[in-house]
Design a protein. Structure first.
Ligand code: BDR
Ligand code: CA
Length: 316
């Protein structure tokens, strides 16, 4: 699989899950602006790779801004670096982990075309890189096995009253991706990720079960910071929703998800609804389905997989 991300507290957990799961082989990581600038999200991806002891995975820098409109950053949630809240992250070793001569889109194209088997993608930031990939290199489309997207919402919006952050950041890109003809696109929306809370009990479990104390402290720092900003900004008292790893988990444990195959369209208009995901559950548009909308995930199997990450830090 390939991970496209804007690291980010929950992106960091998605990266750790993607690299540690024995069910996945992480081929590469691409960065995109989003939670912070693309310079910061690229550096953050590298810092997490180093801290987790992930070997053999490079980071490819992607888009610095959306296709059409202005970008927004989520510094109220993730801090000005995109990954505030700990002093345990190393300085990024750019010369080892950043691909110097290849951008995110070209790297995804090369990797997908060279793979003997179809490749799955998890996209957990704004969809700009993926839209560019599909527009410049449409030959990848039949070679993509599954594209799991963290984004959108059936109900609540977290950036406007109508829209979720990743889709709101680049609705035009989301429109291109959802209408690209990729045979299996899954959308993991806020309605589902808000059931996956990093509660006090979950954080305690990390402290008890992760064998490397420094790594456990790092994860704890990040989740506590994320929880505190969610409390300040959204009044969420139980803990932060761990959005992005849920999309990664979909790629290898689809059996613990419920979903429906429906039509989803993006509001690309100016105005109150910009970035909204129209989920046509009752087939009102009469348009063909283009997406699997995830409607729930079983929490215990998900958390059991998340905790496998300790194996990575152990091996570093
Ligand atoms: C999404 O927005 C970002 O802040 C998170 O990393 C996640 O991908 C949730 O709306
Ligand atoms: Ca993200």
């Amino acid at each position: 699989m390939w991970l496209d991300c804007d690291v980010g507290h929950d992106d960091a957990m998605a990266l750790i899950l993607a690299a540690s799961s024995p069910h996945l082989k992480l081929l590469g990581v691409s960065s995109v602006y989003g939670n912070s600038s693309v310079e910061n999200t690229t550096a953050n991806a590298i810092r997490v790779i180093q801290a987790a002891g992930i070997k053999g995975v490079k980071v490819y820098k992607g888009a610095a801004k959306p296709l059409v409109k202005n970008r927004v950053y989520a510094s109220d949630i993730h801090g000005s670096s995109g990954l505030d809240g700990t002093d345990l992250l190393p300085d990024p070793d750019m010369s080892t982990y950043l691909a110097q001569d290849e951008n995110a889109v070209n790297a995804m194209h090369r990797t997908i075309m060279a793979s003997p088997e179809p490749v799955s993608l998890a996209a957990v930031g704004p969809l700009t890189n993926i839209a560019l990939l599909l527009s410049i290199y449409p030959e990848v489309i039949p070679r993509i096995k599954t594209l799991a997207i963290m984004g959108g919402s059936m109900g609540i919006g977290n950036t406007t009253s109508a829209a979720e952050f990743n889709i709101y950041s680049d609705p035009e890109a989301a429109h291109i991706v959802l209408h690209s003809g990729i045979s299996h696109i899954a959308l993991v929306p806020l309605d589902v990720t808000h059931t996956v809370l990093a509660t006090k009990q979950i954080i305690k479990r990390i402290q008890d079960e992760v064998a490397v104390p420094k790594f456990a402290r790092l994860i704890t720092d990040l989740l506590l910071y994320f929880g505190s900003t969610y409390k300040d900004v959204f009044g969420e008292k139980e803990g932060a929703p761990l959005h992005d790893p849920v999309a990664v988990a979909y790629l290898f444990m689809r059996n613990v998800f419920t979903e429906r195959h429906i039509r989803i369209d993006i509001d690309c208009n100016e105005g109150h609804g910009r970035g909204r995901t129209f989920c046509d559950v009752y087939k009102k548009t009469m348009e063909p389905a283009n997406c699997w909308l995830v409607t729930s995930v079983e929490l215990e199997p998900f958390w059991n997989q998340m905790f496998r990450r300790q194996e990575i830090a152990n091996s570093s």
